[in-house]
Design a protein around this ligand. Structure first.
Ligand code: F0G
Length: 460
């Protein structure tokens, strides 16, 4: 990770504030019990600093708020849809746009359209909702990310890269016809917010082209990935992030977007494609699941805020400060000797729960227990990304046992200051000092789908 020697400051000033309250340990104990030791089930009023997710939690700019007032709430053909279409074409280069209420709406559509029962969908590690929709459509996910991505301690800079040999082996085994597309995320959330390199994506494009296989791009955090390419990849250091974003997109055939991350809105997403046939089918299906093809479950004002947010998301000052704040928190924890996933991710810092709580077996949900403990200590809310998130194999019913058992400290964009990051770091340190006294959990309620959202636990 390059060391930033010059101090940097947020490229904005604060125009409006939202007070947050602190709770007592006693209150937090009661709230945590009530929530079944699942941070997703806490009331946000009981949270002090909310690092649950960077999804839909960003602060919009004054320009985005002004855009909200320009909402054209016509049922069909809203002017805001055309602004959004323009932004997607200009900044991402994709030809056709289908708005959706959020990322998983787009994942549902593309999975239904492209995946047939028995198909295999290779990807650079799974994401929870993405894989769930691939499986619901009858496909099975195959992990083709480089081995380094599964090793929290490896400092390989591009842990989002695809291992092309793994993909070739899948093609040899199943045949290219069984692989409707390769699913590529920029950055890879479950690996700890790790980027894929431009070179790897180019090599992947060459291989998939040879076999007539599409690349569908999960572009949720593409600007953050482009920023890391600029920082770390030889020959890319003098380019604009906006240029790199365009090039990444140009190497793929279509994309699903959760605009709640990079694009700085509280709700929204889209499916984009360069293929007319896929577009036509998506335009057909979107009316069943989301809404008409010119709003896809969104208000006109939401589409306007998204169109403006997309432009802001690729600004050099913005992205440097956004990732810079995450690096600031991560470096503080590294200096204090806390085990975190290396390199530091772009949207959050991921604690290595296996190393943090070596005495808690993975069957006792160490990351879930650690997230609960952090909340108890300071009211900082984080999220489990380990065995609970991984869920069960749909064939065998067995728990997936991921190598990575992580707690994600996810930083919303433009919301907290460095002083908040200092408070978070201090809390992690306190919990670490006391780590020997932390015990595991048992699951007492398990929902059928995406269990991490609503599962309930008790202390062992
Ligand atoms: N892909 C990635 C890489 C994501 O991180 C998310 C959401 C989605 C797709 C789905 O998008 O939530 O708009 O339906 N990630 C959130 C998170 C939930 O906290 O990481 P969505």
């Amino acid at each position: 990770m390059p060391i930033q020697r010059e101090p940097w400051a947020e490229p904005y000033k604060i125009k409006m504030v939202e007070p947050i309250t602190m709770t007592t340990r006693q209150q937090r104990e009661a709230a945590l019990k009530e929530a079944g030791y699942n941070t997703f089930l806490l009331h946000s009023d009981d949270v002090y600093i909310d690092l649950l997710t960077d999804s839909g939690t960003s602060a919009m700019s004054d320009r985005q708020w002004a855009g909200m007032m320009l909402g054209d709430e016509a049922y069909a053909g809203s002017r805001n849809f055309y602004h959004l279409e323009e932004a997607v074409q200009k900044y991402y280069g994709y030809k056709h746009l289908i708005p959706t209420h959020q990322g998983r709406g787009a994942e549902n559509l593309i999975s239904r359209i492209l995946i047939k029962p028995g198909d295999v969908v290779p990807g650079n590690m799974y994401f929870t909702t993405t894989r769930a929709h691939q499986e619901l459509a009858g496909g099975s996910f195959a992990d083709i990310i480089v081995d380094e991505a599964h090793d929290a301690k490896s400092t390989f800079p591009f842990k989002g890269n695809v291992d092309l040999k793994k993909l070739q082996a899948l093609i040899d085994k199943h045949g290219a016809k069984k692989i409707p597309y390769v699913s590529i995320a920029t950055t890879v959330n479950m690996a700890g917010g790790q980027p894929i390199s431009l070179q790897n994506l180019k090599d992947l494009r060459a291989l998939t082209k040879k076999h007539g296989i599409r690349i569908i791009h999960d572009m949720t955090r593409v600007a953050e990935n482009a920023y890391m390419i600029k920082q770390l990849e030889k020959g890319q250091e003098n380019r604009n992030v906006a240029d790199i974003v365009l090039e990444i997109c140009s190497l793929t055939d279509g994309a699903t977007m959760s605009a709640k991350k990079d694009a700085l809105v509280n709700i929204g997403g889209f499916l984009a494609t360069n293929e007319w046939d896929v577009f036509e089918e998506a335009r057909n299906q979107v009316v069943l699941y989301e809404g008409l093809h010119t709003y896809g479950g969104l208000a006109g004002r939401d589409m306007e805020a998204m169109a403006i947010g997309i432009g802001e998301s690729v600004g050099e000052d913005h992205i440097r400060a956004r990732v810079g704040q995450v690096l600031y928190l991560g470096n503080k924890l590294i200096e204090a000797g806390i085990p975190i996933v290396l390199p530091i991710g772009t949207h959050g810092v991921f604690l290595d729960a296996k190393a943090f709580l070596p005495h808690v077996p993975q069957t006792a949900y160490p990351a879930q227990a650690l997230a609960a403990e952090l909340y108890l200590d300071s009211g900082v809310r984080t999220m489990e990304r380990g065995v609970v998130s991984a869920g069960r194999n749909k064939e065998t019913g067995e728990d997936y046992m991921p190598e990575l058992e992580l707690v994600r400290l996810t930083v919303p964009r433009r919301v907290y200051t460095q002083a908040h990051m200092d408070v978070v770091a201090a809390s992690v340190l306190r919990v670490y000092e006391n780590h020997k006294n932390i015990t595991g959990l048992k699951m007492v309620y398990e929902p059928k789908y995406l269990r991490f959202f609503q599962a309930r636990f008790e202390k062992i």
